[in-house]
Design a protein around this ligand. Sequence first.
Ligand code: PMP
Length: 712
Amino acid sequence: NEYLSISEDDAWTCLSHLRDIHPNLAHYRLRAALGWEPVPGSSRVSDWIEQHRHEFAPVITGPDEDAEPVYFDFSVASLEFDPTSLTVPGHAAEALWKATGDGVSIGRWNEPRLAYTGAAYGTLSGERRTVHIGVDLFRQEGTPVCAPLDGIVHSTCISHDQFDYGGCVLLEHRPDEAPVFWTLYGHLSHDSVLQLEKGQRIRSGEAFVQLGAFEENGGWVPHLHFQIVTDRLDLEGTFPGVAAPSQLATWLSLSPSPKNLLGLDGRVDTPPRLSTEDLMVRRREHISSTLSVSYARKLHIVRGHKQFLFDAEGRAYLDAVNNVPHVGHSNPRVVDALHRQMRTLTTNTRYLHESILDYSERLCAMLPDPLEVCFFVNSGSEANDLALRLARVATGKQDIIVLDGAYHGHLTSLINISPYKFDGAGGTGCPPGTRIVPMPDPYRGAYKGMTHESGLAYAEAVRAASDDRGVAAFIAESVPGCGGQIVPPPGYLAAASTAIREAGGLFIADEVQVGMGRAGSHFWGFQIHETDDPSTHVVPDIVVLGKPIGNGHPLAVVVTTRAISDAFTNGMEYFNTFGGNPASCAVGLAVLDELRDQGLQNNAHVVGSRLLKGLIALMPKHSIMGDVRGVGLYIGVELVRNHSSLEPADSEASYVANRMRDLGILISTDGPLHNVLKIKPPMVFTTEDADHLVAVLDDVLGEDAVQAQVKD
Ligand code: PMP
C-alpha cells in the first residue's frame, strides 16, 4: 500500500545507519540533539580529574623538565603549517622542533585541521572528520611515555595504515568517586607496545611505552596523541582521534579536554569558534545589509588553496565560481612578490620605478596594436569610470551604448550604464544619455536563434542607437557574464565595433571577467571569433582589465591607444594614489608569470572544453537544462521549465546552487532572470574537478525538488 509505506524509505535508511554505528553512539547523538550531556557521566569524569589535577605525573618531558610548553596552532587558517606540508617531516617539522627546544610542544584539543586527508577520515554521510579531539605532545622518537595516574593495560593495537596511530594503547582507570574512563596513547613504537600485556598494572609516573618514529607511527612528525575516552564503544586498543564537525558535541563528550590530566593550561583548548549565525549577527551590527552573503547556509571561509576553499571547521569546497584568484587561491608566487615589494617600497607614480614599466610593457605586448598606453587603478569600477572619461574627452560626446542586462561597476557613473542595476530591484530606470541595445543572446530574446548573419545585422542596432546627438562609446563585456554567461555568435562584435566607429564613438571592451586567458582558445574575450580573415579581427579602442589580474590584490588597468591618451592629456593631471604602485605592479607581474609558467590558458582550454562537453552530455537526461554555453573556464547553464516558452527556472537554479554548496562545490546563479548557473573557477581547475562537478550536478538535477517543476 503506497499510502501506508510512503515514508518507508527513510525508515530503512535510518535503520541501516543505526546498524552501522555502535548503539551507545546512537544514544549519545540523540542526547546531543536534545541538548543534553551526550555521554552521561562524562562531566563527572572531567570534574574528578579537575579536583585531582595536582596529583598527576607528567606524561612526557623533554631534557628540561621545567621548560614552558610551546602551544602550536594547527587550525585551518594557521600560518604555522601550510596545507601542503602537514604530515611528513619537512620544513614545517624543522620549525616545530626548533620551537620545541628541550621542552614539549603541544597540538591543541578540539582543533579543526586540514591534516586529515586519508580515506579513513571520511564518514558514512560523506562529511570528513577534521576536528582533533586529543592533545599532541611533540618530542623525538624513543621518548619515554609515562602514565599520569594508575591504570591497567586495557588493550593494544598496531596499525600499519598511513595517517593512523601506528602503535596504540588504551589504559583503563577506575577512580573510586567517578565512572570508569580510559586514556589513549597513539603513535608509539611498535616494540614498546608489543611488550605490554593485557591487564598489566601501570603505576602513575611509570614509563611504559615509547614514541614511535615516522616510519612506524602512521607517517607523522613524532609525537604522542593523548586522549581521554569516556566510553570505548567496545573498541580495542584504538579510538577515533578526529571527529566530524556535525557530531562534535558528542565526540567532545566522549573525549573531553585532557588539560587537567596533562597539567596544561587553557591554551590547550582551541578557542570556541563562532557559528555562522553568530557571525551573521555581528555582521548585521556594523555592515550594511545591502551586502549579500551567498547561500542559504552561509559559509565561513578561512583559507584558500589553489582551487579549494576551506571553512573554519576544515571542510573543503571546490571553488567553481571565483574568477578573481585566477592563478589559484593564496598563490605563493603572487604572495611572495607582494610581500617582497611591500617590504622594500610602495610609493606612487610620481617617482620612477621599474615595476610599472615592466608591467605595462608586458601587458601591451599581449594586446594587439595600437593598444599601447596603460592607466593603473584599483578596481574594475574605477577602470570603467576612467574608460568613460577617456571616451568622452576623446570624442567630445557624452552618450554611451550598453548591452541590455550588462553590469560595469558600482560607481555612480557605472550604475548609470548598467541595466542589470538600473532596471533591477531598487533601480530607477535608464538615465538620459544611456542607450540600450539588446543582448546578443542566441538562446532567448530579440536575437534568439542569432547566427553569423544576424550577428552582422547587429550593427544596425548599434547604428540606430547612435542617433543625431552622437555617442562617446559602445561598452560591452566581450563575452557577457552578468547578462547570463552569453556567448554571442561570430560576427557580432566585429560588426558592432565597426558600427560604433562609423557613428563616431569608441568601442570599450570590458574584459574584467573574461580576459587573461580564461576563454582558453584566446587570451582575450574579444578575440574568440577571430579567423584568418582580417574582417573578423576585433581591436577595441579601450580595454578594461580587473578582477583576475591581481589574483585578489586590488588591481585594475585601462589600456588604450596613443591617440586617445593624447586627447586625454589636456592639462588636467591624472593622479591615482594607489594605482600603479610598485607592490601592485609586482603582483600583476607575478600573475602573468604564473599564467605563462603553469600554462593556464591552455589548461582553461582543455579543462573548459571537457567541462562543457560533460555538461552538454547531461542535457538529454535533464530537460531543465535549456542551454549550456561557454568558452574555456567561463560557462553558463541556463535552466528553464519549458523548452517552448523558456520559462526561467529561477528558484530551481537557486536550489541547485545551494545543493551544490552542501555537496562541496561552489557555483552561483546569474542572468537577468536569475536562472543561469554560473561556472568560472580559478584557472588551476583540473579535469578531475570538471568530472566531479558534472557528476554532482547530474545528481542534484535528478533530485525531486528540481524534477517536480519541469513541464516538458
Ligand atoms: N565589469 C564587469 C564585467 C564586472 O563583472 C565587474 C564586477 N563584477 C566590474 C566591472 C566592476 O569591478 P569591481 O567590482 O572590481 O569594481
